[in-house]
Design a protein around this ligand. Structure first.
Ligand SMILES: [Cu+2]
Length: 139
């Protein structure tokens, strides 16, 4: 009987030592990791962004890749935290975030890049979870 209690105690300890970290990691992966981010590339050129309108679904993990096709631009998406960066030709700046807020969020260039710089704007449209959407990106 004593031996049976020892075995049960060992099994219990084993389950706690292995099971708890495994469960925590699995839960964390479920929340953050397993779903790969949807990658969207934005190109700044001739004082405009392509695409200028980005449609995503609320809850999607998004990886924005920003580059320039001509001169140095800047990028700001104020609706999603402090997403600002310079955007250089031939390089990629990357932001990864979860589109957790539904709505329309303007983005713009922050560097005076040409005569039409003030028009270098676009918008991120986050469709509410469960709502209908055409999906994808549009010009
Ligand atoms: Cu600009």
């Amino acid at each position: 009987m004593k031996r049976l209690i020892e075995i049960a105690a060992l099994v219990s300890v084993f389950l706690v030592i292995v099971g708890v970290p495994t469960g925590v990691l699995a839960y964390d992966g479920f929340l953050h990791g397993h779903q790969d981010a949807r990658e969207i590339t934005l190109v700044g050129r001739d004082s405009s962004w392509s695409p200028s309108v980005i449609h995503v679904q609320q809850g999607e993990r998004i990886r924005l890749r920003l580059t320039s096709g001509d001169v140095v631009h800047g990028f700001a998406l104020p609706g999603y935290g402090a997403m600002t960066t310079d955007v250089y030709p031939g390089r990629y700046a990357t932001f990864e975030f979860v589109a957790d807020q539904a709505g329309t969020f303007p983005f713009a260039c922050l560097v005076t890049c040409g005569l039409n710089h003030n028009h270098m704007q676009g918008k991120l449209i986050v469709d509410p979870a469960g709502g209908s959407s055409s999906g994808g990106t549009t010009q």
